[in-house]
Every structure is written in structure tokens, then in C-alpha cells.
Design a protein around this ligand. Structure first.
Ligand SMILES: NC(=O)c1ccc[n+]([C@@H]2O[C@H](COP(=O)([O-])OP(=O)(O)OC[C@H]3O[C@@H](n4cnc5c(N)ncnc54)[C@H](O)[C@@H]3O)[C@@H](O)[C@H]2O)c1
Length: 425
């Protein structure tokens, strides 16, 4: 069996490790729930000897997840879940401080990204922590012989779960996969408050534009879209929402936003933010209607929400104005469209991703999901699973404890009332 020994890695520059370590420690201060899990893992060693691949945005928060898994006894290897989201100093620090091999370089080509996915599979993982399901999909397509080695996988994001459900429906998912994203302590906070704040942070760091008074078009009013719209409104922007789901559209209206089809919104917006997990939600016809100087970016998982091939075909070659800011001058009409972060997740390309405080709960879910898979090895049926609700509630309870906030508990009288049907008015 091939195995990637510690010492083999592919990162930008190992000498960046010092700054990475300081940032990882800084993030850990805001991750009390993960710290508690790390301390318990260190004592109980629930993951002893488990070979584990973590495919994630290589950020200071992810480093703290890796630290936790290693404390639990796991033999880990880390790869990037997106070519633009790696923090190179953090990657260096994970290698030099914890001896965990990392294969991730900010700005790596798609070929390098795919090579790293295959390197991760060469490690023969028993557990895969995936973000977008690229590792699982590659394993199913190219490494049929390794399927039986997998105890289970966990999936971080909405798009990855959509792919896992498609695999399950097609009858090709051979192991249990935990839908971490679907835990309430994940998407209520990470997708909404994390993406909301960090997406605006990415746009502002890339452009330094004033949001107040701008017309911001939020494409998709799911968990991420709600957060982005809420925070853009907080900065004084006027929001237009586009949707395909009537229920989400009504929700956006009742939240006080204007809802329009994209064909109408495209000629009105100043800034466009896609968060749908869907393909080409801003297409060539929409780009051709946009105002001069319209800014377009994506915060959904993959870089296919904007049809940049169509935009390239209808424009002069792009000119880079600032890091993560490219201008496309349209061949007809002379208007200019500004694309941020190559259409990749803008919050990770141009900013630092979600703040540690929300990743604390997301990664607590990841760590406990991995433990759950190992504890229930061979017991769970192949397919997409939720973490038990009690674990979700426990994570929220630990977060409250860490924040020093007490809440009420049901009295015996209330418990009896809530569990009986006899009592009415
Ligand atoms: N940037 C980040 O850090 C980050 C964090 C979490 C999730 N994500 C990703 O963001 C995306 C959205 O995640 P979510 O949890 O909000 O998903 P969600 O399913 O809650 O919401 C997506 C919304 O997009 C809508 N939609 C689909 N096609 C559309 C179209 N053509 N036009 C308008 N609306 C359309 C859907 O109806 C849905 O309401 C996913 O790709 C997810 O993986 C990114």
C-alpha cells in the first residue's frame, strides 16, 4: 500500500510557519467548544490509529480542527477544498508544528488541485472529511478498490450534500456519510452569519467600495443568501433578491427585500453576489444588460455560478486592476464588468473565510461526526446520515457555557404539560 509519510507535502513556503502558528492560536481563542473536545479527545483517544483525510479550506480554523483530530489519535493528511482558499502560512504551520502533511497552495491550478485530491486517496484514508464532495466523487470514479477501506465520510457544505444525495439516489454511495452542514449548529450560524459577514468582508477588502447606497443583488435566498442580504442591508445597501423557490421568494419579501427575476435585476444592480450552489445563475444575457462598472462575485461553493466563459467570449481580454479584481470590457457598447476572485468563493479568496467563533460550532460537528463514525464502525447503513439531534443540542449548550450565558430549563410541571394531550384551555 502507498502511504504518504510525514515529511512529504506540497505547500508554498515552510518558512511562513511562524506567522501561521500565531494566527492559528489567535483563532483558537474563539473556539472554546472545539477546545473542550480537543481536551477530551487527548484523554480518550477515540481516533487512535485512524487514517483520515481532511479536504477543507486550509484556514486557521481548519488548523484547529486538525489539531483536535490529531489529539484524538488520528493520522491525518490535509488538502485544500478550493484552489484559492488556502492560507499559505497556516499550511506551513500545520506541517511544521503538527507534522501533518498538507497539499495546498493558494492559487494552485485546477490540475494541481486534482493531483492533490489523488494524493489524498493514495494515503488510503478510512475517514474522509470532505467539503464539496470532490474527494468522495474521485474515489467512486477512480478508486473502486478503496471503497471497502472507508469507515465513513463527513460533508461540510450544502453543495457537497446535494452531490451525496445524488450518489445515494443513483445507488453508488457505498458508505455512511454524515451531513455536517445539515446540523442546526452548522448552517444556522456558519452559512448565515459566517457567510453573511465574510462575503461582505471579501468584497470590501478586494475593492474598498462603500456599500451604503449601492444596489446589491443577492442571487439565492437560502441560508447564505439570508446572511449576505442581512449584512449588506446593515451597511446601508438597497437589496434585490432573485430566487427560483416561491417559498424563499416570499420569505425575502416579508424580510423587507425587493424580489425580481434576474433578467430585470441585471440592469439595475451595482453589486451582484451569487449564493445558490447552482450553475450559470448569472449568464451571458445578464452580463450584457449590466451597468458600466457593475461588480459581480460568487460566494457559493463552486466557481460555476457565474458563466465566465460567456463573459470572456463577449469581452476584451480581462485586465487585473487590483488583487482579486478583474475588469472585462464588453466588445459591444464599451461597458465594463468587474469580476472578483475569479468567480470563486469571495469570502475565502479575498478575505479569511468565516470568523473562528462560528467555525467553532461547525468544526465541533466535524470532530464529533468523525468520532460517531468510528464508534459506530460497521453499524451505519450506506447513505447520507444526520448527526443525532442530541449532539447538535450538546454543541449549542457547550457554546452557551463557553459564552457564560445561562438559560432556563423546563420545570417538572412544564415538562408534564408539554408531553400530555389532555390539557387544553
Ligand atoms: N462562502 C462560504 O463560505 C459558504 C458557506 C456555506 C455554504 N456555501 C455554499 O453556498 C451555496 C448556498 O448554500 P446555502 O446553504 O445557502 O444553500 P440553500 O440551499 O439554503 O440556498 C440556495 C438557494 O439558491 C436558490 N437558487 C437555486 N438556483 C437559483 C437560481 N437560478 N436563481 C436564484 N436562486 C437560485 C435556491 O432556491 C435556494 O433557496 C452552496 O454552494 C454552499 O455549498 C458557501
Amino acid at each position: 500500500m502507498d502511504s504518504t509519510s510525514v515529511g512529504e507535502f506540497d505547500i508554498k513556503d515552510i518558512s511562513l510557519a511562524g506567522s501561521g502558528k500565531r494566527r492559528i492560536d489567535w483563532a483558537e481563542r474563539e473556539m472554546p467548544v472545539l477546545r473542550l473536545i480537543k481536551d477530551r479527545f487527548a484523554k480518550e483517544q477515540p481516533l487512535r490509529g485512524i487514517r483520515l483525510v481532511a479536504c477543507a479550506h486550509v484556514t486557521s480554523e481548519t488548523a484547529n480542527l486538525v489539531r483536535t483530530l490529531q489529539a484524538g489519535g488520528a493520522d491525518a493528511l490535509v488538502i485544500a477544498s478550493n484552489p484559492l482558499s488556502t492560507q499559505d502560512d497556516v499550511a506551513a504551520s500545520i506541517v511544521s508544528e503538527w507534522g501533518v502533511p498538507v497539499f495546498a497552495i493558494k492559487g494552485e491550478s485546477t490540475e494541481t488541485y486534482n493531483r492533490h485530491v489523488r494524493t489524498a486517496l493514495d494515503f488510503h484514508p478510512q475517514i474522509i472529511i470532505d467539503d464539496g464532495s470532490d474527494v468522495v466523487a474521485t474515489l467512486l470514479k477512480e478508486r473502486a478498490d478503496q471503497k471497502s477501506e472507508i469507515i465513513g465520510t463527513t460533508e461540510e457544505t450544502t453543495t457537497g450534500i446535494v452531490r451525496l444525495q445524488a450518489m445515494e439516489l443513483a445507488g453508488v454511495l457505498p458508505f455512511p456519510s454524515i451531513a455536517v452542514n445539515d446540523a442546526q449548529t452548522k448552517h444556522f450560524f456558519d452559512n448565515r452569519y459566517g457567510t453573511g459577514q465574510s462575503t461582505l468582508d471579501g468584497i470590501i477588502r478586494a475593492t474598498n467600495i462603500l456599500m451604503a447606497g449601492r444596489i446589491v443583488v443577492v442571487v439565492g435566498y437560502g441560508w447564505c443568501g439570508k446572511g449576505v442580504a442581512m449584512r449588506a442591508r446593515g451597511l446601508g445597501a438597497n437589496i434585490i433578491v432573485t430566487e427560483v423557490n416561491p417559498i424563499k421568494a416570499v420569505e425575502a419579501i416579508m424580510d423587507g427585500f425587493r424580489v425580481l427575476p434576474m433578467t430585470e435585476a441585471s440592469s439595475i444592480g451595482d453589486v451582484f453576489i451569487t449564493v445558490t450552489g447552482n450553475r450559470h445563475v448569472i449568464d451571458g444575457a445578464h452580463f450584457s444588460q449590466m451597468k458600466d462598472g457593475a461588480i459581480v462575485c460568487n460566494s457559493g461553493h463552486f466557481d460555476l455560478e457565474l458563466n465566465l466563459t460567456a463573459l470572456r467570449d463577449m469581452s476584451q481580454p480581462a485586465v487585473t486592476l487590483r488583487p482579486f479584481v478583474e475588469e472585462f470590457a464588453l466588445l459591444s457598447g464599451g461597458r465594463r464588468i468587474i469580476v472578483l476572485g475569479e468567480g470563486r468563493l469571495i469570502n475565502l479568496a479575498a478575505a479569511e473565510g468565516h470568523p473562528a467563533s462560528v467555525m467553532d460550532m461547525s468544526f465541533a460537528n466535524q470532530a464529533l461526526s468523525v468520532e460517531y463514525l468510528v464508534m459506530n464502525k460497521g453499524e451505519l447503513k450506506p447513505g447520507v446520515h444526520m448527526l443525532p439531534e442530541a449532539v447538535d443540542t450538546e454543541i449549542a449548550g457547550l457554546k452557551l457555557k463557553a459564552l457564560g450565558i445561562n438559560i432556563d430549563t423546563l420545570t417538572p410541571e412544564q415538562m408534564e404539560y408539554m408531553s400530555s394531550w389532555e390539557t387544553g384551555t
